[in-house]
Design a protein around this ligand. Structure first.
Ligand code: ZN
Length: 295
């Protein structure tokens, strides 16, 4: 196979097939670190958000380039909603309450308790079709198991999703990544049984990343003793879809009365939750938006 062209500072996803089974693996350390800082996340919030964003990228990789997937983990735990949104190689996300702490469980971050019980809602924005939304109850709030359970129960596609984020005591994201295994039509039972056995014998994803395993190497471990066919490596990154122009368009679509009320303030602020950016509009700009209205 080709040598890896991506340095440690570049997050990327590797696509491969193993005898009729899709296997994707990715490293998201840099983008999760960036998002955790952007949102001032606590340790457990970083872990939950990192897992959700990594999962969104894995699922987006099975879709077309200009299609989008939105994951919402709506639990009753302290974190509130955990949201991740991916389109092609780009992901963004946020946690409703990013500053919460929960007690460790067996020395590990207890993402399950922080997310709690509730439901997962998945919306796929498809090309030439209406958006598709599915949901089911959360399996355990650990994000990876919730996604595996959702894909099986709501979309009837048996899959295996593994996600991991390793955080040091100071809160710095050290490693983040995941993998995704999904049988394509016609995959043989003995291949699936072998893969299942391989997955059970594979260490945690964070342990593999910690010893320097690349996404390609992780796929080699998962597909050992099987015929692996590597497809491509694609860079992935955090990128928000918001812009001043988009926010301005959103303001323009508000009710006229709401806009008229805004002209009473010197500055109107609009906030993007996904990237924690605040946009400011002056009274004159709001008046200009109002003047552009024909109703
Ligand atoms: Zn944004």
């Amino acid at each position: 196979m080709k040598t890896n062209i991506f340095s440690e500072n570049q997050d990327y996803l590797t696509k491969a097939t193993v005898e009729g089974v899709r296997i994707y693996a990715l490293r998201t350390t840099n983008l999760v670190r960036q998002a955790a800082k952007m949102h001032n996340c606590s340790h457990v919030a970083s872990a939950a958000l990192g897992r959700a964003m990594t999962g969104a990228l894995l699922l987006a990789a099975t879709m077309k380039d200009n299609e989008r997937i939105n994951l919402r983990f709506m639990g009753d735990g302290k974190l509130g909603e955990v949201i991740a949104d991916a389109e092609g190689n780009f992901v963004r996300g946020y946690v409703q309450n990013p500053d919460v702490f929960v007690p460790l469980k067996n020395g590990k971050l207890d993402v399950g308790a922080a997310v709690g019980n509730g439901k997962i809602v998945v919306t796929r924005y498809l090309q030439n079709a209406e958006p598709f939304t599915g949901f089911c109850e959360l399996k355990n709030g650990e994000i990876a198991d919730d996604l595996t359970y959702y894909l099986y129960k709501s979309e009837q596609t048996p899959s295996s999703v593994a996600l991991g984020v390793l955080i040091d005591p100071s809160g710095e994201v050290l490693h983040s990544g995941g993998f995704f295994i999904q049988a394509m039509p016609g995959a043989k039972d003995d291949v699936l049984a072998k893969l299942e056995n391989n997955v059970m014998r594979t260490p945690y994803i964070t342990q593999l990343l910690e010893i320097g395993y690349t996404p390609e190497k992780i796929i080699e471990i998962l597909g050992r003793d099987l015929q692996i066919s590597f497809k491509e490596n694609v860079p992935v990154a955090f990128k928000c879809r918001c812009s001043r122009e988009r926010i301005k368009n959103a303001l323009a679509s508000l009710e006229k009365k709401a806009l008229q009320e805004m002209t009473e303030d010197e500055i109107t602020e609009a906030h993007c939750d996904f990237c924690n950016t605040t946009y400011q509009f002056t009274k004159a700009e709001i008046k200009e938006i109002l003047a552009g209205r024909t109703d």
